[in-house]
Design a protein around this ligand. Structure first.
Ligand code: SF4
Length: 317
């Protein structure tokens, strides 16, 4: 009760825009929904379609079955590859099991795969700046395992070995923090002056825009809540970007995750959401803050977004 009373100082909510679903996530969810409609349940999905507990729970209720690997899928059953992409080895494992597949990989992740193949075919050592164990990096590493090397941080950048320092290129996981990548790239460029860059930025528009928006609201707020699940890379980066402005920031999977101690004495709360977090969950968080006494809810738009991706042909109606 004392914690609740202390948190009732909240007066103002500032919503970051853009926030929540990006075009790649909307497309991936729609792929599963359409697959369920067109082919009927169950539809198998390799890995979480997007990294969000609410999305996965909702699609599970409607007949999607999430598996870790394609060998858990019954022979011949309809299978969707998640938004984070898959390696060629996963595609061939699915073909071996005669699985009809629909690829929900975000086109911007597919772009990074193509770049990895092109650089590797050119004879480069490809330095992939990303996080170990993330499905996106696993998929890209799998494009040319003998040529692509993972660089997770500045320490890795200082140590990584390449076959020929004149034939080195780099790629970036789409959901990293822009500033972190700049630090790693500064080290790589100093070590490998001929380092080749991808033709366009790998960190995607949605990541960049959400980071910019959260940094701007964090500057003007006493605390920031980022809606997203713990395994969502881009949501965790939003927390870090907000913290870098000096404002405390917290990741919440929903309104129930708000710790009232975070809000003690806080008057203005910034709210953002990772690209995989549903808008409805953001609404719940805002409603909870209103329940604590917030009187105004204002949106701060850093960038307008109008990106849309075409659906895969198997589910285009
Ligand atoms: Fe695609 Fe970027 Fe969204 Fe990932 S965060 S699904 S790369 S648009």
């Amino acid at each position: 009760m004392r914690e609740w009373a202390a948190a009732t100082t909240v007066r103002r909510v500032v919503l970051a825009a853009p926030r929540s679903f990006c075009a790649g996530v909307e497309r991936a969810i729609l792929v599963v929904e359409r697959a369920l409609e067109q082919y009927g349940p169950p539809v198998y999905v390799r890995k979480q379609i997007v990294h969000n507990t609410h999305v996965v729970a909702d699609l599970s209720r409607r007949g999607a079955i999430f598996v870790d690997e394609v060998d858990e899928v019954p022979e011949g059953a309809m299978t969707v590859f998640s938004a984070h992409g898959v390696s060629p080895a996963v595609r061939s494992a699915a073909a071996d099991r005669h699985l009809p597949t629909i690829d929900a990989t975000c086109p911007l992740v597919t772009k990074v795969h193509s770049e990895a193949r092109r650089f590797a075919e050119h004879g480069d050592t490809v330095l992939l700046i990303g996080h170990a164990g993330h499905e996106e990096t696993d998929g890209v590493l799998g494009e040319a395992p003998e040529r692509v090397r993972l660089v997770q941080d500045v320490g890795d950048a200082e140590r990584v070995r390449v076959d020929d320092p004149r034939r080195v290129s780099y790629l970036v996981q789409t959901t990293l923090a822009v500033d972190d990548v700049a630090d790693v790239l500064a080290v790589l460029r100093a070590r490998f002056p001929d380092l080749a860059a991808p033709p366009s930025d790998d960190i995607c528009y949605a990541t960049t825009n959400r980071q910019r928006a959260v940094a701007e609201i964090a500057d003007a707020c006493d605390a920031v809540l980022v809606v997203g699940s713990v395994n969502s890379s881009n949501s965790k980066r939003l927390v870090e970007v907000a913290e870098r402005t000096g404002t405390p920031a917290y990741l919440v999977d929903g309104a129930g995750g708000i710790d009232l101690r975070w809000l003690a004495g806080v008057r203005s709360v910034g709210v953002s959401a990772g690209a995989s977090a549903p808008p409805a969950v953001v609404d719940e968080v805002v409603a909870a803050l209103s329940g604590l006494g917030a009187r105004t809810v204002r949106e701060h738009t850093a960038v307008q977004e109008d990106v849309r991706f075409m659906l895969p042909k198997e589910v285009r109606q």
